[in-house]
Design a protein around this ligand. Structure first.
Ligand code: SF4
Length: 340
């Protein structure tokens, strides 16, 4: 083991991937996670877009590599302070325990938008308005039903909940929720081919590899109906269905529809940990995300010497992008540790 060390804060996809890469090169890694289980947001997904790959397999492959003797994992440890002092990066947890290292990597990830902030959509008020994460949890059980236990004959997915929305202050696109809606609508139709799935969108952003193909297949094979328009209001009927009001912006006509389940595709926001630790180190960027030194070749380094970034603590990224970014961060850290 080389006599240099790094603290990694957050054991999601980016944190674990970076830890494995750095440890393989002989450096000592302290990987700190606030939750009991490792894997971050990946734990919340059943299958991944665009190829329906098992999320659990990706997570287990990452975690299984953590058995290097160079890696010490501390779960149930929430880091509340991160600072550079006496030539060391120091991370302090909520019990005031200190972890010291030569470099620090923030991989504090993201959180999803709290759908209750869009009161007009009825989340937290009506039983059958759920989020895309709750849909994913139901899908894991193999059974997607209404709260009353019925098979939904009609389901609607609403894109851009908490993203591209001036009212909530998030102007950015979360990048993953369009394709996630296509994936979830397809999964729903695989289970219930006789039910109808609708997806309300502003634009369908299908920029990733095989996204467009999946979008096309969802229409041709599963007959998912895409409606260009934002839902302005959702309300429950006496029989627990959800009545939605929208406008079909292609035809310019107002639209009312009753569905059994409304799924809100909640966007990505900076996690509290990201916001807090980035602010302490004056590397806080827009919308609470952490800010790298620059997008072109400097995206894993910061204005603070020895403090690095990887993954969705910077902005919304897909899982393959996060893995690639973590590898890049690990390379930068190894280079740095070799020089000091
Ligand atoms: S990816 Fe799609 S649903 Fe998500 S914010 Fe962007 S446009 Fe909206």
């Amino acid at each position: 083991m080389k006599n240099k060390s790094v603290i990694i804060i957050g054991a999601g996809v980016a944190g674990i991937e970076a830890a494995n890469n750095i440890a393989e090169n002989g450096y000592n890694v302290t990987l700190i996670e606030k939750e009991n289980l490792l894997g971050g947001n990946l734990k919340n997904y059943a299958k991944l877009f665009p190829d329906f790959y098992e999320a659990g397999e990706v997570k287990n492959n990452l975690i299984n590599k953590l058995n290097s003797e160079n890696i010490n994992v501390y779960n149930n440890n929430e880091i509340t302070e991160l600072f550079f002092e006496n030539n060391k990066w120091q991370a302090v947890n909520s019990q005031n325990q200190k972890f010291l290292a030569d470099a620090a990597l923030l991989t504090t990830g993201f959180t999803v938008f709290d759908a209750k902030r869009k009161e007009e959509l009825g989340y937290g008020i009506y039983d059958n308005v759920i989020t895309s994460l709750e849909f994913e949890n139901m899908y894991k059980t193999g059974k997607i039903t209404t709260k009353q236990g019925n098979i939904p004959e009609r389901i609607a997915f609403l894109n851009c909940v908490g993203s591209r929305d001036e009212k909530v202050g998030n102007h950015y696109c979360s990048r993953v929720c369009c394709i996630n809606a296509v994936k979830q609508a397809s999964e729903f139709k695989e289970i219930y081919p006789d039910s109808q799935a609708y997806c309300f969108y502003m634009d369908m952003r299908m920029a990733g590899q095989f996204y467009e193909e999946l979008y096309r297949k969802s229409q041709e094979k599963h007959n998912v109906i895409y409606i260009r328009g934002r839902i302005s209001e959702a309300a429950a009927t006496l029989d627990n269905k959800i009545q939605i009001k929208s406008e079909d912006t292609l035809s310019g006509l107002p639209l009312k529809m009753t569905v059994d389940l409304l799924v809100l595709m909640v966007g990505i926001e900076a996690s509290i940990g990201t916001n807090q630790l980035a602010s302490q180190n004056e590397i806080n960027g827009e919308y609470g995300f952490a800010k790298s030194k620059g997008l072109y070749g400097n995206d894993n380094i910061t204005n603070k010497k020895g403090l690095f970034l990887a993954g969705t603590c910077k902005r919304p990224l897909t899982i393959p992008e996060t893995i690639a970014d973590a590898k890049a961060a690990a390379n930068q850290i190894i280079k740095y540790l070799n020089q000091i």
